[in-house]
Design a protein around this ligand. Structure first.
Ligand code: ASP
Length: 433
């Protein structure tokens, strides 16, 4: 019998996980069984993906940069990457603002629902506010200072320091380019091999993906709040989802226009990464798979993908910025505030910067939303309004974040003449088909 393709298996795992979660919610003690006996497998799965992130960045970026052989090529590619990332983010925020102003989801919230939501969730949102407050206290150049680690072992010991690891890897790669080839060759060969091992480890982890997503979704379902709340926030959620769908169309069009790759080819290539983004709500955890899909299934050469994707996972979050724009205006509407054009333009700037500053982990977008709200003079208490539906929206905006990174990597690759044909490695056969 022909084996099922990986993405179907993952999809099946997701659907069965949701069904199982609902079934268990109906039993006395079912929730606890899922939390104690199923959820840990989901956590193990996410941890194993995160485990790969730092070695993957180190290995592939050092190899990628040193393969460029020329520093001017690196700075050209770097400049292009950052510019396109900022462009797509501004588009995302603008789409979010346009939709939320046309649909006006905040006007459908009655005063009663608002008071109830704020009352129920104010406590839950406190940790986001605290985290945002500590980020706000720092000076204007803090982000730049944070880029340079004082100790690479220390930096590599925390996934949230991804940008610091990226900085080290690029710096190391530049060093490799600048020394004589007789000296750099053994180091490059080492990282070449190291990289292959990491990619193989990703393949092995992906074998467990269908089971991992089953566990993650079953746990999410038993822990989710009641359906009534979803109804109250229906228009808001729909506005965000509509915006996110427009972004996906935008990417598909960009890929077609700039690289000539057909929508089906693009979606088939990136689909497993999208499913994982949805299940894990973390672009950082998805990064290894995004990298593998883009390189082996969409034909982006590793020199480009190893550079563009880790940077994108940390700074390019179009889904997050779109959501922040919609959420900020939605909260203002629900509180009966009228936002001037100036304030809304301010939101474009802060949401763009906030999404750059958001970590690639679940819920990070909400922390930075606090800053967007403060900047626009919208009550922070409003965070409690959207809290109940944040997780499902987080899952969806992470899909967009990951797809955006893949899109930009393809466009940059094309412009550098480094977009070829897909080349699934022989030893991937067992996992792919
Ligand atoms: N979960 C998102 C990501 O990892 C960030 C966010 O919007 O909260 O891409």
């Amino acid at each position: 019998m022909k084996k099922l393709a990986l993405h179907w298996k993952i999809l099946l795992g997701m659907v069965l996980g949701v069904i199982f979660g609902f079934a268990m919610s109906n039993f006395e003690g079912g929730k606890e069984i899922v939390q104690d006996w199923i959820k840990p497998f989901g956590t193990i799965f996410i941890n194993s993906l995160k485990l790969i992130a730092v070695p993957l960045i180190l290995g592939s970026l050092i190899k990628g940069v040193s393969d460029l052989k020329d520093i001017s090529k690196l700075s050209k590619m770097g400049g292009k990457t950052i510019l396109i990332y900022i462009f797509t983010t501004v588009i995302a925020v603008s789409i979010g603002l346009l939709l939320v102003n046309v649909i006006k989801p905040g006007n459908s919230i009655s005063e009663e629902t608002r008071t109830e939501l704020v009352g129920n969730y104010t406590e839950s949102t406190q940790k986001y506010k605290d985290e945002a407050a500590s980020q706000k206290e720092s000076g204007p150049l803090k982000a730049l200072v944070d880029l340079v680690p004082e100790n690479i072992i220390g930096a590599s010991s925390e996934n949230k320091n991804m940008l610091q690891v990226i900085f080290f890897a690029i710096f190391f790669g530049i060093g490799l380019i600048l020394i004589p080839e007789s000296k750099s060759k053994p180091v490059k060969d080492f990282f070449d091999g190291f990289n292959e091992v990491i990619l193989k480890m990703i393949d092995l982890i992906m074998l467990a993906a269908p089971y991992g997503v089953f566990a993650l979704l079953a746990a999410l379902v038993v822990e989710s709040p009641s359906a009534d709340l979803f109804k109250a926030l229906g228009w808001y959620a729909l506005t965000v989802l509509f915006g996110l769908s427009i972004m996906i169309m935008f990417y598909i069009t960009m890929v077609f226009l700039f690289t000539g790759k057909r929508p089906k080819t693009f979606i088939d290539g990136i689909f497993p990464a999208q499913l994982l983004a949805f299940s894990t709500s973390s672009s950082a955890a998805t990064l290894p798979v995004t990298m593998e899909r883009v390189t082996e299934h969409l034909g982006v050469e590793e020199e480009v993908s190893s550079f563009v994707l880790p940077i994108g996972a940390t700074i390019n979050m179009d889904g997050t910025s779109l959501y922040q724009a919609v959420a900020a205006v939605f909260i203002a509407q629900a509180f009966g505030m009228d936002l001037t054009l100036g304030v809304q333009l301010g939101i474009v700037v802060t949401a763009t910067l906030a999404s750059i500053g958001s970590a690639a982990v679940p819920g990070a977008g909400m922390v930075m939303l606090v800053i967007v709200l403060a900047q626009a003079g919208i009550p922070e208490a409003g965070l409690a309004l959207i809290f109940a539906v944040d997780r499902p929206l987080d899952m969806c905006r992470t899909i967009v974040n990951v797809t955006g990174d893949a899109t930009v990597s393809m466009i940059v690759a094309k412009s550098e003449d480094k977009l070829g044909e897909p080349h699934v490695k022989d030893w991937d056969d067992d996992y792919e088909h």
